[in-house]
Design a protein around this ligand. Structure first.
Ligand code: FES
Length: 573
């Protein structure tokens, strides 16, 4: 059997004459000044996701330069190419709406262009998941490079960073504790450099998860964006990509059920973003691996939160890096990890942990026996309000509200919320439960991070800091509160959430993993008949594709046609 084509010989345009296709391709690329010697080397693609609209990727030029250096030192030929870039604050209607598009762009450009391995450079929340989803489907050797976190700033001598502190200060402003001048001052300090959010939000979560999956070089998750450590990681990543290409170590050998189990374990132990579950489900789905929510919840009961980072704890990503980053965490978690899982170095996770050597005194990652929070950061809830499941970040919730029954105060959609939440006429009390419908995958569309429903202004002014909130949307990993998210099925497809009315009673019991609407099945059926739900549609374009193909939160909000055609396993196994 002839060997599969490599390097520039891959994926030739079909003119019916392969020799001519290669001749033509080389003629074009030589227009950029390449020699035959360069063109005979392993070709390593580098995704360039730099954009003026994406300051989280603002170090892209330096990273690409370092990756290219690493590739050339290892004897490869670097070829960077653009894909779309998605930033949280510059992606209407929501970045999640564009994640699958970015994954398709990544997959198809990796497939279309001749490369033996690819370096994926991403950082802002949706980019790393999108790249891993795309690369998983493309199937070639791939390695993730994280852009790195931003530095923290200082506001009147108080250390601040995006975006837990953004929310905290905005909360103070809403409660009229601070005025226009101070809120303008703090706005200058929250993002002190390029790079991703500095707390354990979704970006940091996905960075740690990518390393736990074995998809980055060791230590790849934590160096801040503007540090020499980050540039060194970029150089190492480039060099490792050449080794991956030479060994033919394709992504399916890394992204196994054991790797996803390790990623879920880390997600729980870092008190990571609830978005991590959705993204891991989508990435695993591309490999034909199902994430078992019940299994994840069981893992949560055995996995304490060890990392003391905001929003669950005190510190920032740069502190996590100084404390040894993932090496420190993985060393602690070792008894709970699947150590035989292979990583992009060609070594197993267990071997990498051995190579880390002994730890040192630090106060950011706690020992297993002295955790920040005794259980994993996330809990999976079920009940008649969420037959397909819902999640709560218990480590960021108010313990006093985790066993709570209250009266529902319902908002039909984001617009209804915006119109009424600050009204003095709103009938709401601190022990009520705020319910927001129609912010699920199809509802908004794109499942925006609107699940962090603001405290009604009149309650905020009275000093209320938390209230139980329930929705079919997501929330930013930087947010905190007793907030039930990802209610599945969503209201827009006729889930029970669609039929909740103000005045109904809702019971939340994190202990029993329950979210229950205290309304009879008969009454719910009557309401469904009285007010049937019409699913949203669109006439053309990406929105039409999105609304036709997007799956619910328990399937990762991926497009149904992008999932692997067959299931090959589940995680945890
Ligand atoms: Fe990009 Fe937070 S906005 S990581």
């Amino acid at each position: 059997m002839s060997e599969a084509p490599k390097g520039l010989k891959k994926g030739l345009t079909n003119y019916g004459d392969q020799g001519f296709s290669l001749f033509l391709r080389k003629a074009f690329i030589k227009g950029a000044g390449y020699t035959d010697d360069a063109l005979d080397r392993p070709v390593i693609g580098i995704t360039n996701t730099g954009s003026s609209f994406n300051p989280c990727h603002g170090n892209m030029p330096q990273l690409i330069e370092a990756v290219r250096r690493g590739i050339m030192l290892a004897g490869g030929l670097p070829m960077d190419f653009p894909t779309i870039s998605v930033h949280e604050s510059f992606s209407a209607p929501t970045s999640m709406y564009l994640r699958n598009l970015m994954s398709m762009d990544t997959e198809e450009m990796v497939r279309a262009q001749p490369m033996d391995a690819v370096v994926l450079i991403g950082g802002c929340d949706k980019t790393v998941p999108a790249q891993l989803m795309g690369a998983a489907s493309a199937g070639i050797p791939a390695i993730q490079l994280i852009t790195g976190s931003m530095l923290t700033g200082s506001h009147r001598s108080e250390r601040v960073g995006a975006c837990t502190d953004c929310r905290r200060y905005w909360g103070k402003f809403r409660a009229e504790e601070i005025g226009d001048e101070e809120i303008a001052d703090v706005n200058n300090q929250l993002v002190a450099s390029v790079g991703t959010c500095s707390v354990m939000g979704t970006a940091s979560t996905m960075a740690c998860v990518a390393e736990a999956l074995g998809m980055t070089v060791p230590g790849g998750a934590s160096p801040p964006a503007v540090t020499a450590d980050r540039i060194r990681i970029a150089e190492q990543t480039g060099a490792q990509a050449v080794q991956l290409a030479r060994q033919g170590l394709t992504i399916d050998k890394i992204l196994t059920p054991a790797a996803f189990e390790n990623a879920l374990r880390v997600l729980l132990a870092i008190g990571g973003s609830t978005n991590g579950i959705v993204h891991l489900t989508a990435i695993a789905g591309r490999m034909g691996i199902d994430i078992d929510l019940a299994g994840l919840d069981r893992m949560g009961t055995q996995t304490p939160v060890l990392v003391d980072l905001k929003p669950s704890g005190q510190h920032y990503m740069e502190d996590f890096h100084k404390a040894g980053g993932m090496a420190t965490l993985l060393r602690e978690l070792k008894p709970l990890l699947r150590l035989q899982a292979l990583t992009v170095t060609g070594r197993t996770l267990g071997e990498e942990i051995e190579r880390f050597g002994p730890g040192f005194a630090q106060d950011v990652v706690r020992p297993l026996g002295h955790p920040i929070y005794p259980q994993g950061g996330l809990a999976v809830l079920r009940g008649n309000l969420a037959p397909g499941g819902a999640v709560i970040k218990q480590s960021a919730a108010d313990p006093a509200l985790m066993e709570h029954e209250g009266r529902a105060v319902v908002f039909e959609n984001s617009e209804d919320l915006a119109n009424r939440i600050d009204s003095d006429a709103l009938d709401v009390a601190a022990d009520d439960i705020l319910v927001l419908k129609n912010i699920g995958p199809k509802g908004a569309p794109g499942m925006p991070e609107a699940g962090y429903i603001p405290i009604p202004r009149k309650l905020a002014k009275a000093g209320v800091k938390d209230i139980v909130r329930v929705s079919d949307g997501r929330m930013s990993g930087t947010a905190f509160g007793t907030i039930v998210l990802h209610v599945t099925p969503e209201a827009a497809v006729g889930g029970p959430l669609a039929h909740v009315r103000s005045g109904d009673r809702i019971r939340l019991s994190v202990k029993n993993r329950e979210i229950a609407l205290l309304v009879s099945d008969e009454e719910l059926a009557r309401r469904a008949k009285e007010n049937p739900v019409t699913e949203p549609t669109a006439e053309r374009g990406y929105r039409k594709l999105f609304l036709q193909a997007v799956t619910q939160a328990d399937k990762g909000v991926d497009f149904d046609f992008l999932r692997a055609p067959r299931s090959v396993g589940k995680a945890p196994e």
